[in-house]
Ligand binder design. Structure first.
Ligand code: HEC
Ligand code: HEC
Length: 426
């Protein structure tokens, strides 16, 4: 199943955040009953012990390499990620009017003139959402010279599948000011985790960018086909395990409904585990040279936790009954799900579940909340519509997830209708 491995370390391409696993999820770290989510965020920011407890209780398999890395470095005393400098970058969005203003390394003289952003705010609901949203679209993950050709021209932007929105921003890219007074192109969360709604060009945060094509990015950078991974648009390999096993960018609008983070169910999900996941992603993206302000990591997680789902309508009772009978052993109509399953039970491509970095042998049961507005389906994004997903003929080309495919055409059509309306009020 594994495709041949690209020679360049595509795996350390942009982000490396893998923690993966088997075993039972521990209960959440102890907390007082009446503590609000925001109070927990404050406690996370203030208490190393609390951060450590969150990490430990969220890992499904503490033994794999990346879990070991996090366990070694995160929230331990002394020389560790605890003592890294806090990264409060100056960065500004790149727009279409910036095409062709960077050199071939993706640099130019800094054009930034405003005040420095502290990336901090008050600990209240509205202020945290505002900071989280701002960080989601403009806090730089890391500068990357490989983005230089992308900011050269609109043609290259299209080739790599980065979006352009109604405010002319391009691909969620930002120009980050460096110490020497130059600025350089950097990624943000919104490069991968946002997409544009046509025809108005309105940017939808959380909806995966199904067009991003990292193979094209490499080709533009002059690498030839023999060393470019055979990934579909929307797929990224974020595991550092020497195997080409990309996953599709997930929909973040429904992340609060997921039982686990990551397709291979490596982290037991709740708001605090998500916060630590965001913080360590931002540390590894910076090559472990800096850490984000903790409040900022919490604000991003809090923003994701509160993301609106796409609007839906209600379904008829008959259709709902067909869905319930066939699907509700795993996916519940209210958007919640049952525990992850062995990869053999679902039968989709096993590569990600079996990858050395992930090692869970399981796939999570994805939430179906908002599934009608996802650009693709399954952990590898191999199916691009609900109609195709529920078509028994697809088994020949995309095996796995046979559930409901033996039903009559009318019943399958009814299920598709239900899927477009989830989550349902129970
Ligand atoms: C280069 C593209 C890319 C960028 C940039 C990126 N991500 Fe992701 N993200 C992914 C992919 C791919 C996955 C799927 C990993 C998996 O399931 O194996 C993912 C998974 C996640 C998940 C887990 C969600 C779930 O349902 O399992 C969260 C949360 C997340 N990303 C948040 C962020 C945040 C916050 C940022 C910015 C700080 C960010 N990502 C930047 C590609 C990206
Ligand atoms: C035995 C448990 C199980 C049953 C029963 C089941 N599913 Fe799933 N479903 C899964 C798993 C696991 C995945 C993820 C597989 C993967 O990503 O490779 C999944 C994925 C999906 C997806 C793709 C979601 C996404 O965003 O990727 C949809 C849609 C879906 N199921 C719908 C249904 C419907 C409709 C039924 C009933 C006809 C059903 N499922 C029955 C376990 C189940």
């Amino acid at each position: 199943m594994a495709r041949s491995l690209p020679l360049i370390p595509v795996a350390c391409f942009i982000l490396v955040f893998f923690v993966l696993s088997c075993g039972e999820a521990e209960p959440e770290p102890a907390d007082t009953d009446d503590e609000t989510l925001i109070e927990r965020g404050q406690r996370y920011a203030e208490s190393r012990e609390f951060r450590r407890a969150i990490l430990e209780s969220s890992l499904e398999n503490p033994d794999n390499l990346y879990s070991q890395k996090r366990l070694t470095n995160y929230a331990v005393d002394g020389e560790s990620w605890e003592s890294l400098p806090v990264f409060r970058p100056i960065a500004q969005p790149i727009t279409a009017s910036d095409f062709d203003t960077f050199d071939e390394q993706g640099r130019r003289e800094s054009t930034y003139s405003g005040p420095a952003d502290e990336w901090e705010t008050q600990w209240d609901h509205g202020a945290l959402l505002e900071l989280g949203e701002r960080a989601f679209e403009s806090y730089p993950l890391r500068v990357d010279g490989r983005l230089a050709p992308v900011v050269e021209s609109a043609d290259n932007l299209d080739r790599v599948g980065l979006w352009r929105d109604d405010r002319d921003r391009i691909g969620g890219l930002v120009a980050q000011t460096l110490e020497d007074g130059t600025e350089m192109v950097a990624w943000t969360c919104s490069t991968c985790h946002a997409s544009v709604r046509e025809p108005q060009g309105q940017l939808v945060h959380g909806r995966a960018n199904a067009m991003i094509d990292t193979g094209e990015l490499y080709r533009l950078g002059g690498y030839d086909d023999s060393i470019v991974g055979a990934w579909r648009p929307g797929q990224i390999d974020s595991s550092q395990d020497g195997v080409d096993n990309p996953t599709a960018i997930p929909d973040l609008r429904s992340v609060r409904y997921q039982s686990h983070l990551h397709a291979a169910a490596s982290i037991a999900n709740d708001l605090m585990a998500l916060t630590v996941r965001v913080e360590t992603l931002l540390i590894t993206s910076q090559m472990e040279t800096a850490r984000p302000p903790r409040q900022l990591a919490f604000a991003i997680a809090y923003y994701l936790w509160n993301m609106p789902l796409p609007p839906t309508e209600t379904t008829g009772e008959e259709e709902r009954a067909i869905f319930d009978e066939n699907c509700s052993g795993c996916h519940y109509a209210d958007g919640t799900v049952a525990a992850p399953v062995d990869y053999e039970l679902v039968g989709t491509d096993p590569t990600a579940a079996l990858s050395p970095a992930r090692t869970t042998g399981r796939y999570r049961i994805p939430t179906l909340a908002g599934v009608g507005d996802r650009p693709y389906l399954l952990h590898d994004g191999s199916i691009r519509s609900l109609e195709k997903f529920m078509d028994p003929d697809r088994l020949a080309s995309t095996p796995g997830h046979p559930f409901g495919l033996d039903l009559s055409q009318e019943e399958r059509a009814a299920i598709i209708e239900v899927l477009k309306t989830l989550p349902a009020d129970e």
